[in-house]
Design a protein around this ligand. Structure first.
Ligand SMILES: [Zn+2]
Length: 385
C-alpha cells in the first residue's frame, strides 16, 4: 500500500463525474493492488461528516445533519442516508484504516449524497412504463397468480397516477403479450425526453423478502451479483451514459417506497439487465417483493398493497423530477416516515376531537378503525435489515 500524489488523481480525472470533487485538494489516493482507494477519514473530511467508530475496526459511521454513511457487515454494502447501497468493490481494512474504492466514491457515494450535481441530468416529460414478462413468459408465480399480471396491474395504476400529475406515460405493453427485452428497450429508445421504469416481482429462497431497485452497472464495475469477476473482464464490460442519473432515479424511488411501505431494504443494486443496458435514458428496474416469500406474496396478491406500491413509485419519480428540474435535494426514507408519523398524530387528534362530539358518532367508529390500522402500520418496527 502506498500513498499516491494528488497529480495522479487529477490525471485520472476522467472517471469523476462531479468536477467539484476534483477541485478539492484534500484527496489522498491509496493504491491497493492497482486499484485506487480513499480512506473513510478522507471521505468524511470532504463531505464534512463526523466519524463515529463502530463495534469493531470494520464498522464506522460518518454523519452530519445533511448526510450519513455507514459501513455494514458485508464489505460490499454500505448504508447511505438510511438505505442500503451495493458497492462494486469491497470496503477494505488496511493498516487499521477503512478504505473505499475511488470508483465507488464517484459512482455510488457522490451521486447518492449530491444527486443534483450529476452532470447529465436531463429534463423529461415522459415516463416509459414496462410491465415485466407477458404472454407465454409468466415470470414468477404465487399460489393464485403470475408475475406478469401483477406487474401489469401496478403499471396501470402507475399510468393513472403519473398522468394525473401531468406526466406523459407510454407503456411497453398494456395487455398480456410477450415482448423480448430488446423490443422493450427499442421501444423505450423511440420515446424522447423520457425515463424508463420496469416493474417486476422477485423469486428466491423462501426466507428472501423485500425491495430491490436496480440501476445500470457502470463501465468497469462489478454488478451486485458478481462475486469473482476478474478485473480484466470488468474493464471490458460496457456501461452507459446514464448510470449516475439512473442511480439517482433508483434512489428516489427506493427511498419513497421504503418510506411508505413496511418492507425490507435489500438495497439499491447494480446489474446489466438488457432493459437497463440497452435503454438510452435513465432507467431502473424495481423488484417490488418476493413472490416466493409468504409475507411478500400475501402483499403482492393484495390489490390495495399493489396500489400503495404504485403510489410510492410515483412519489419517487416525482422526487427525481424535482432533482432534475429544480436541483432539489430528494426526500429520504426518514423524511417520508416522519411525514407518515405526523399524519398519524393528526389522525389521532382528529379521532380524539371526534370522540368529544355528539354530532357524528358513526364517523367516530370509522375514524377509530382507520386510525388503528394506520397506527399499526407505523408502530410495527421495520423488518430486520
Ligand atoms: Zn420478473
Amino acid at each position: 500500500m502506498r500513498i499516491r500524489p494528488l497529480q495522479i488523481l487529477l490525471a485520472l480525472a476522467g472517471l469523476w463525474i462531479c468536477t467539484s470533487v476534483l477541485a478539492d485538494s484534500g484527496w489522498q489516493v491509496v493504491d491497493v493492488e492497482g486499484r485506487d482507494y480513499l480512506s473513510v477519514e478522507n471521505i468524511a473530511q470532504f463531505y464534512q461528516l463526523q466519524i463515529a467508530p463502530g463495534a469493531d475496526a470494520q464498522h464506522v459511521t460518518l454523519s452530519a445533519a445533511h448526510a450519513s454513511i455507514e459501513t455494514l457487515t458485508n464489505p460490499r454494502e454500505i448504508n447511505v442516508n438510511g438505505v442500503k447501497q451495493w458497492l462494486s468493490f469491497p470496503v477494505l481494512c488496511r493498516d487499521g484504516k477503512l478504505l473505499v474504492s475511488r470508483f465507488d466514491l464517484a459512482k455510488t457515494i457522490e451521486p447518492c449524497l449530491r444527486p443534483a450535481m450529476i452532470g447529465n441530468l436531463e429534463l423529461f416529460n415522459t415516463v416509459v412504463l414496462d410491465a415485466g414478462h407477458g404472454g407465454q413468459d409468466g415470470g414468477g408465480h404465487t399460489l393464485t397468480g403470475s408475475e406478469k399480471d401483477y406487474t401489469l396491474d401496478v403499471i396501470r395504476d402507475l399510468r393513472q397516477s403519473l398522468e394525473a400529475k401531468g406526466l406523459r406515460v407510454v407503456l411497453t405493453r398494456d395487455h398480456d403479450e410477450y415482448l423480448s427485452l430488446e423490443q422493450r428497450a427499442d421501444f423505450a429508445n423511440s420515446i424522447p425526453d423520457a425515463v424508463f421504469v420496469s416493474v417486476h416481482f422477485n423469486s428466491g429462497e423462501a426466507e428472501a423478502n423485500g425491495l430491490e431497485v436496480y440501476a445500470m452497472t457502470p463501465r468497469g464495475a462489478a454488478s451486485t451479483s458478481d462475486t469473482h469477476a476478474a478485473l480484466d473482464q470488468l474493464e471490458q464490460m460496457p456501461g452507459n451514459d446514464f448510470d449516475n442519473a439512473s442511480l439517482a432515479l433508483a434512489n428516489c424511488v427506493h427511498h419513497a417506497v421504503l418510506g411508505s411501505l413496511d418492507t425490507t431494504d435489500r438495497g439499491v443494486k447494480r446489474a446489466r439487465f438488457a432493459v437497463l443496458r440497452l435503454t438510452h435514458s435513465p432507467a431502473i428496474l424495481i423488484e417490488g417483493g418476493f413472490m416466493t416469500s409468504g409475507a411478500d406474496s400475501r402483499e403482492i396478491t393484495d390489490p390495495t398493497w399493489r396500489r400503495k406500491l404504485a403510489e410510492a413509485i410515483v412519489v419517487g419519480v416525482r422526487s427525481y423530477q424535482n432533482v432534475v428540474q429544480y436541483k432539489q435535494a430528494p426526500k429520504l426514507v426518514a423524511d417520508y416516515r416522519a411525514e407518515q408519523s405526523a399524519a398519524n398524530v393528526v389522525a389521532v387528534a382528529a379521532v380524539a376531537s371526534a370522540g368529544n362530539s355528539n354530532l357524528l358518532p358513526v364517523s367516530n367508529h370509522r375514524a377509530a378503525f382507520g386510525l388503528q390500522h394506520r397506527t399499526t402500520m407505523i408502530t410495527v418496527p421495520a423488518r430486520k435489515r
